[in-house]
Design a binder for this molecule. Structure first.
Ligand code: MN
Length: 244
């Protein structure tokens, strides 16, 4: 008999066959508590110039998304191995929004008030696999959702940051600037994205949203050091190691 129709989940108790990991976490800037990550949503083509460099035009019809497993998370400051299966491993510097409370079918104003904070993030991408999938109309998972593909710097609380406004977002590889734009260039603003996502999901604390990358994406090779910055946020850093 079905007893619960809302919120019914697999029981968390029971003797486990193997250890299950805790949710990964992201530090909160200036605090000793950490933000546990449950889900990672990513927005595609949210800067017009980047869409163009990918050979497509953006539309204002609706944003689109892909996801990464929370287990794809890797701490800023890590050195990661060059991943398997690709010859075109790319960086994408992004603003990451962290949800702070439950949100369902919210308007943009309510969505904005439910934000916990923001962070610098890297949506690391196996571009050759993503484009091959795209060309065949297949899902992007092999290109996007893989181990250590989501890099997130410490989160700054929204209340401590103030309005996003015209802040600069940039990324350098070995000290040379490769991406530089303004958050005002986002096709869909953060409140619009969160509001839109909340029409499809019960969002809540632990949900991160990668908000898309500006133009200038490109490949990395072993030995490269990436540094991404957004005015007022903790920079994100990543070093690329040799293949496993
Ligand atoms: Mn991206």
């Amino acid at each position: 008999m079905i007893e619960k129709t809302i919120g019914a989940a697999v029981p968390a108790t029971g003797r486990r066959l193997f250890p299950s990991p805790d949710f990964p976490t992201v530090p909160v800037a200036g605090e000793d508590r950490v933000y546990p990550v449950h889900r990672i949503f990513c927005v595609g083509r949210n800067y017009a110039e980047h869409a163009r460099e990918m050979g497509v035009e953006v539309d204002r019809e609706a944003p689109f998304y892909f996801t990464k497993s929370a287990l794809a998370l890797v701490a800023s400051g890590s050195r990661i191995p060059y991943p398997p299966g690709t010859r075109d491993f790319h960086y994408e510097m992004e603003l990451v929004a962290a949800i702070g409370r439950q949100l369902f079918r919210a308007d943009p104003e309510t969505a904005e008030s439910a934000l916990f904070g923001y962070a610098c993030g890297l949506d690391m991408t196996r571009r050759d696999l993503q484009l091959a999938a795209r060309a065949k109309g297949r899902p992007w998972d092999l290109g996007k959702d893989f181990e250590r593909s989501a890099v997130v710097a410490p989160i700054t609380r929204a209340a401590a940051l103030g309005a996003l406004g015209e802040r600069r977002i940039s990324l350098s590889v070995n000290g040379a600037v490769r991406q530089s734009a303004r958050l005002a260039d986002l096709v869909w603003s953060v409140p619009e994205l969160v509001s839109h996502l909340s029409q499809f999901y019960h969002l809540g604390p632990g949900d991160l949203i990668f908000t898309g990358t500006p133009a200038g994406v490109g490949p990395v090779v072993p030995g490269d050091v990436l540094r991404g910055e957004i005015d007022g946020l903790v920079p994100v850093e990543l070093a690329i190691g040799d293949p496993e």
